[in-house]
Design a protein around this ligand. Structure first.
Ligand SMILES: [Zn+2]
Length: 93
């Protein structure tokens, strides 16, 4: 179990930064704005299923965009939830 985890971790960090993670982070804005091509979208989705770092940064960007553009107001968000989301973002940034 432990050795398998290490193997996966090493593989991800080795391949990651210069290639897929870089592409994914370049794509973030396009994907969130819905401007990515279906091919890019597919690549992106596949990647964030495997890569926690990119998944988290996607979540963070989505939240940030939601707050900035006011999308969260259309969804019914209790004040306390909105507050904890904001606190969480500040915490993780
Ligand atoms: Zn990644």
């Amino acid at each position: 179990m432990e050795s398998k985890f290490t193997e996966v971790y090493q593989k991800t960090s080795e391949e990651g930064h210069d290639t897929d993670c870089g592409k994914v982070s370049d794509m973030l804005d396009l994907v969130i704005d819905g401007e990515a091509t279906s091919e890019e979208q597919k690549f992106f989705n596949t990647h964030i299923e495997e890569c926690v770092n990119c998944f988290e940064s996607h979540q963070k960007h989505k939240l940030l965009k939601g707050i900035v553009s006011g999308h969260l107001k259309r969804v019914i968000v209790p004040e306390s939830l909105a507050f904890s989301i904001r606190a969480k973002i500040q915490e993780t940034l």
